[in-house]
Design a protein around this ligand. Structure first.
Ligand code: FE2
Ligand code: FE2
Length: 268
């Protein structure tokens, strides 16, 4: 088994300190091989927020692969937003906005769906679609192929449809045909796993959308608690995904993340 943890929408600047503390303990307990952060690492792309995020990410018990979210581009500083949208991100977090990482059992491909020309909605270009397609086709070792984006490629709620990444269907069809197994996303702060063959029955492979909720921000949506996803990869592309949600002291427990049976998804 090979364990990858998906954190998302950390939003340093609006972090709940109790949740962050519980997360540190949970991550130690889960002992991952890799931590992925699917964007919105800061709240307003401030220098202080990037510095705090960077310092915290360095304490994690595994390598980290992150990509930017729309909140990681300065919003009001227009000069910076349009001329150097990822300047702070590159300086304080990672020089690459589309990182690529290979582990024993997976190829993890970062895709930057943000653009300074849009406040919230994301886009995936034809060139980005081709890049992922080629990397997946080159996967001679038959490893799991995981795409990490910020904006969702499928939503469950009609109210979220305007948050779907533009060009999502073209990407899904090309990537599924090339052997992409999982498309990770964040942005809408709602965690779920969705088999894309339900929406597109003619897809050649059973590609899954795996959405992360906000892991640490107090700005949760629809009272959905903070969460993280645990992806356990087994041979022959078998996978077991669990969503762990934060339980506060107010619920009668010690502050911690726990996993309920209903939050499991598996092909193992
Ligand atoms: Fe977010
Ligand atoms: Fe976002």
């Amino acid at each position: 088994m090979h364990r990858i943890i998906q954190l998302s929408d950390l939003h340093f600047g609006t972090v709940n300190a109790h949740v962050l503390n519980a997360l540190v303990h949970t991550l130690r307990q889960l002992s991952p091989s890799l931590c992925i952060v699917s964007g919105d690492i800061t709240q307003r792309a401030r220098r202080s927020e990037f510095l705090a995020a960077n310092a915290w990410l360095k304490t994690l018990p595994a390598p980290v692969l992150c990509i930017p979210g729309n909140h990681d581009i300065p919003l009001f500083a227009l000069w910076t937003r349009f001329l150097h949208p990822y300047g702070r991100y590159r300086r304080y977090l990672h020089k690459e906005v589309e990182p690529l990482l290979e582990t024993d059992r997976a190829i993890v491909i970062g895709v930057n769906t943000t653009t300074p020309f849009r406040h919230k909605r994301g886009i995936v270009s034809d060139a980005q679609i081709r890049r992922v397609e080629q990397l997946a086709l080159d996967n001679a070792a038959g490893k799991g192929v995981i795409v990490v984006a910020h904006h969702p490629f499928h939503v469950l709620d009609e109210a979220d449809e305007d948050q779907l990444v533009e060009n999502h269907e073209a990407a899904i069809r090309a990537w599924s045909a090339a052997g992409v197994d999982l498309i990770l996303g964040g942005h809408i702060h709602v965690p779920y796993v969705y088999p894309l063959t339900r929406r597109y029955p003619d897809l050649p492979n059973p590609t899954l959308v795996v959405q992360g909720g906000t892991t640490t921000s107090y700005r949760v949506r629809r009272h959905i608690p903070n969460s993280l996803n645990v992806l356990d990869l087994y041979p022959e592309k078998k996978i077991h995904i669990t969503t762990w949600t934060y339980q506060s002291k107010d619920s009668g427990h010690a502050d911690r993340f726990t996993c309920a049976e209903k939050d499991m998804w598996k092909t193992v």
